[in-house]
Write a protein that binds this ligand. Sequence first.
Ligand SMILES: [Zn+2]
Length: 209
Amino acid sequence: MFKELSLLFAGFPVAIILYNNYKYRKLTEKLKVEDSYNYECMFITSKNRTCASHIRRKNQCGQECSYKYLRHVLNLIKQAKETISICMYHLTLEEISTALIKAKNRGVKVRCISDIIMMECSSSKIMRLHKTGIPAKVQNTHQSLMHHKFMIIDADNPNNKQLMFGSLNHTIKGFLGNWDNTITTNNAQMIESYQEEFDRMWETFKFVC
Ligand SMILES: [Zn+2]
């Protein structure tokens, strides 16, 4: 009897290990199935200072070139079919504002949120966007920065939805020499959360004029 009990208790830790292994394998398989989304990272560093001429000449110097990164953002805007919700602390890049206006002109519903202080900078393109028919809003108070940097493409289109978010402002400095990052993904749950937040802000913010 004592021998049988010993064997039973000796086998107990082994059973726990086997069960935990089984659980871990199952969880890994489940996560693999559930997260089949794409994630693409962009990292900009001080090395990108040398890329100014690459943007000017449309000449990519390598896989981490600022021209490649800018093209990536422009392609996202170009691919939009239905909606673009852009929430950008500071937006000064001519190429990006022009791409947004072109999207609006081909029937995409574009909405823009920016920061109330940065919007007043002479380099900001927010007023340009607003005057060309892209509604633009800012926060109601100067007390808190509207510091987000994200853009959502076609949130309601399962085949074309994209989210870009991170630290990168759409400024020349952002693309040329700050340390900045962005992730682009088609993760549906993340897109839903960001679109909800954009819509919530849109409800409470005021038009730039
Ligand atoms: Zn370059």
